[in-house]
Design a protein. Structure first.
Lengths: 239, 352
């Protein structure tokens, strides 16, 4: 396992008067795909939002490349090289597909080769390049959301449930694109409920429960241990 | 060529294109097409309101910022010119210096408001702008030695812009080219240039970021855009353009008073024009301002004629009594908002 690019140490986050994260600690090694798993309400999305500074950590450290980014403004965190694909996709509906992608290329004009790679992975984006993003289907919006994160090479990709509510064919397309990204050496922290997809993509895994990290290790170990899956993830027929 | 001038933002509706072309041609040829002082006055007012409304649309429709201080910035430009001209005498230099001072004051005030209050929620920002605008109106009223107080300031402008000045001895297309015509083209040219600049701004990457922020500020921040910086820039830009419109309008009117530049009524008029025309479209400002100013200036006269024509009929002459013109104006606006929720431009482009 390579050295970590991201490390969370005893992170606690409140949303209003609710304590959502109590004690979250884990590391994301460089060049690997780390799956963030857990039941609904375990705090996975809040963890990603805390890393991005969209919710502020009350205590603890968020170390990115050895720098504590917990108190940095969100824009600065992003400019450190972290791309974020939120659960609600967060596309800009009134802007065209092209404008959405151009906006995401924050350091300058889009790289043509990278754009060609992305449009090959997600052909509908090329078809609907000049259409308002709000008119796309749910699956196409998710493709755009992931493509926006991929438009520039980033040091870390945070991706929140990309397969949620999508048709199997779209999930296959997304999975293929994420595998391409992984092959290119990207570091990814991926929240995913679809265990088959997690098993296919993940190198490492972190399991959360009630705002705490309760297990972390290799994805292959978790995939091979049905009892562990049943205990940690409540998967039917696993135990 | 046209694409470049319009920054690639074409009307995208044949009817809209025709309407815009008609408005442009009529405004461009107003001194030759429209007889009488009142018609030229109305045309100049339309030009000025197009810029003022478009600059407010930049703020509200593109950046999603609700501000009630827009007329204050307009007033700063107007008072800058008026104070300089009234105290330093008529000349191009005082007018230029006054306009520059008004624009600089508007930019600095906008920056201060933006940096102190854009982090708060939208409703609080709106309230802060309302408070600052009200305070400025009171200040202008109190500083009567400088601003003329409630009476405002009458001032003289360069001779070349006065009705008594003749540029040519012979009339052109039956119209004498007086200083008034030159002043009108100063208003028209400045307003056209400012509108095209705004069109360029909203269609630039900066404009796309503003729209992204309006839609989802957190997402824009997560991509790496510093939302406060962009919002502050939009606020300053809109304030500068409003101040320039105020400066030009002051030259046209040769008078500045609280009622003509700082009043809350003007702010409400601007809001109505943006909504009627269509928010976030720029071209909506052209249609909204034209319809609104025409209604303000001619609805009463139209109703007077209608009442006279229906004099023999029961009830109708009373309903069409010109004293009730505001009631009809209100009704027209309610209906337009009801039938065109995305504004006239939105409707013509098929959004609603």
């Amino acid at each position: 396992m390579s050295e970590p690019i991201l490390t969370l140490r005893s992170v606690a986050t409140d949303i209003g008067r609710y304590h959502i994260l109590h004690d979250v600690s884990f590391s994301v090694p460089r060049g690997e795909v780390t799956m963030l798993l857990g039941r609904n309400g375990a705090g996975k999305t809040t963890t990603l939002r805390t890393i991005m500074g969209l919710w502020r950590a009350r205590t603890g450290q968020v170390l990115f490349a050895d720098e504590d980014i917990a108190a940095l403004p969100t824009a600065e965190i992003s400019r450190r090289g972290i791309a974020y694909v939120p659960e609600d996709m967060g596309i800009f509906s009134d802007l065209t597909v092209g404008e959405n992608l151009r906006l995401a290329a924050i350091s300058g004009p889009m790289d043509k080769a990278r754009l060609a790679w992305i449009t090959a992975a997600f052909p509908p984006l090329k078809t609907f390049w000049d259409s308002a993003a709000g008119t796309l289907s749910g699956g196409q919006k998710q493709m755009l959301s992931v493509a926006r994160a991929m438009i520039e090479e980033r040091r870390l990709y945070l991706i929140d449930e990309p397969s949620k509510g999508l048709a199997p064919a779209i999930v296959t397309t997304l999975a293929r694109a994420l595998k391409d990204l992984k092959r290119a050496g990207a570091t990814i922290l991926l929240v995913e409920q679809n265990f088959a997809l997690s098993r296919a993509l993940g190198d490492g895994a972190v399991v959360m429960e009630d705002g705490r990290t309760v297990w972390s290790g290799r994805m292959a170990d978790l995939a091979a241990d049905a009892a562990l899956q049943g205990r940690l993830l409540g998967m039917e027929g696993a135990a | 060529m046209l694409r470049a001038i319009l920054s690639d933002d074409l009307p995208r509706s044949r009817l809209l294109a025709v309407l815009l072309a008609v408005i442009l041609v009529v405004l461009a040829a107003a001194p030759f097409l429209l007889p009488g002082t009142r018609a030229l006055e109305t045309a100049a007012r339309i030009c000025m309101f197009i810029v003022l409304v478009a600059s407010y649309d930049l703020l509200l429709g593109y950046a999603g910022i609700v501000s009630f201080a827009h007329t204050m910035f307009f007033g700063m430009g107007a008072y800058g010119v008026a104070i300089a001209a009234a105290h330093l005498g008529p000349g191009w230099l005082p007018i230029g210096a006054g306009a520059a001072a008004g624009v600089a004051l508007a930019a600095l005030t906008a920056l201060a408001i933006a940096l102190f209050s854009l982090r708060v929620r939208a409703i609080f920002f709106a309230m802060i702008t309302l408070a600052v605008a009200s305070a400025m109106a009171v200040l202008v009223s109190q500083l009567s030695g400088i601003t003329g107080g409630e009476d405002g300031l009458n001032f003289r402008i360069p001779r070349e812009l006065t009705p008594g000045f003749r540029l040519l001895e012979e009339p052109v297309f039956g119209t004498r080219i007086t200083g008034r015509v030159i002043a009108y083209y100063l208003v028209f040219g400045t307003c056209l240039a400012l509108f095209l600049v705004m069109l360029r701004v909203v269609n630039s990457p900066f404009g796309s970021v503003l729209q992204a922020i309006r839609e989802n500020a957190f997402r824009a921040e997560a991509i790496g855009y510093r939302v406060v910086v962009y919002r502050a820039a939009a606020t300053c830009l809109a304030a500068v353009i409003a101040a320039l419109a105020g400066a030009v309008f002051a030259v046209w009117l040769r008078y500045v008073g609280p009622g003509t530049t700082l009043g809350m009524e003007i702010m409400i008029d601007i809001l109505l024009m943006v909504v009627i025309g269509g928010m976030g479209t720029m071209y909506g400002a052209v249609l909204g301002a034209t319809i609104f100013v025409l209604a303000q200036n001619y609805l009463q006269a139209l109703m007077e004629r209608a009442a006279a024509a229906t004099a023999g009929l029961p009830l109708l002459p009373d309903i069409l009594n010109p004293d009730r013109w505001l009631l009809w104006l209100g009704l027209v606006f309610i209906l337009s908002v009801y039938f065109f929720p995305a504004g006239i431009v939105g409707r013509l482009r098929g959004r609603a």
